[in-house]
Design a binder for this molecule. Structure first.
Ligand SMILES: NC(=O)c1ccc[n+]([C@@H]2O[C@H](COP(=O)([O-])OP(=O)(O)OC[C@H]3O[C@@H](n4cnc5c(N)ncnc54)[C@H](O)[C@@H]3O)[C@@H](O)[C@H]2O)c1
Length: 246
């Protein structure tokens, strides 16, 4: 049996929402391993975590490298008596309208956002089944729920995560493993900082709460779904979007 000190693995942990998730899970008392492709920002994460009075393990890896990702997850599972919590957070955008979208732009986004999450789930599920406990949380997006012009690749990957999650939730429910998605709307991060002011203003007009969310708004929801209190919630998509997608 796993203890409450169970291991949580977070992909795309170095900055943004992933970093906030790492801190929220540490505050919940978990052992946390953060994976990211960006070595420099992983160092920053370690510093921020230390300043908050915690520590975490970090691993520099491109999660589209299936062998490398599998190896890290398997060694983490061996070291910590299994993976208790998996947060599929890493994600990228390569926005173009359909007619301009290249095969490469489509494939790359699917590889990072969807395929890597599938690989991570398959590896993590092995120890979760053995331990008869698991929490799988994947970062979808309102784009995956509603669609979004200019994001056919991204929206497909995020909708794909929802189908993947609901299927895994059905397959693994008997083993006391839950799988859920959170679907953020507009969150203040480097991803949305880049948007022109007119786009930001237009976005606020379609958000009932009339403002963007914070990374902590998302991290708190992820931490809740990872908690023991959320044990009867599975196969759900929790929108954290100020009411935008309802
Ligand atoms: N920011 C938003 O408004 C918003 C809205 C909806 C959904 N999301 C989703 O939330 C998640 C986090 O978003 P964010 O805004 O914090 O993004 P971000 O770009 O700030 O962070 C993503 C992290 O993933 C890492 N990453 C990218 N490719 C990787 C790879 N191949 N291997 C390992 N790590 C990789 C990056 O280095 C980065 O640290 C993403 O899945 C994103 O699609 C974000």
């Amino acid at each position: 049996m796993m203890s409450d000190k169970r291991l949580a693995v977070v992909t795309g942990a170095a900055r943004g929402i992933g970093r906030a998730v790492v801190l929220a899970l540490l505050k919940q008392g978990r052992i946390v391993a953060g994976l990211d492709i960006n070595a420099e920002q992983l160092k920053e994460l370690e510093e921020v975590v230390k300043q908050a009075g915690f520590s975490c393990e970090t691993y520099c890896v491109d999660i589209t490298d299936t062998d490398a990702l599998t190896e890290i997850l398997e060694s983490l599972a061996a070291k910590h008596e299994g993976i208790g919590i998996l947060v599929n957070n890493a994600g990228i955008t390569r926005d173009k309208l359909l007619l301009q979208m290249s095969n490469e732009d489509f494939d790359k986004v699917i590889d990072v956002n969807l395929r890597a999450a599938f690989i991570a789930m398959r590896v993590a599920a092995r120890s979760m089944v053995r331990n008869k406990f698991g929490r799988i949380i994947s970062l979808s997006s309102v784009a995956g729920v509603m669609g979004n012009a200019g994001q056919s690749n991204y929206a497909a990957s995020k909708a794909g995560l929802i189908g993947l999650t609901k299927t895994v939730a059905r397959e693994l429910a008997r083993k006391n493993i839950t799988a859920n998605c959170v679907a953020p709307g507009f969150i203040v991060t480097e991803m949305t900082d880049k948007l022109p002011d007119v786009v930001k203003e237009a976005a606020k007009q379609i958000i009932p709460l009339r403002r963007f969310g914070s990374v902590d708004d998302v991290a708190n929801a992820v931490a809740f779904l990872a908690s023991d209190e959320a044990g009867y919630i599975t196969g759900q998509v929790l929108c954290i979007d100020g009411g935008m997608a309802m």
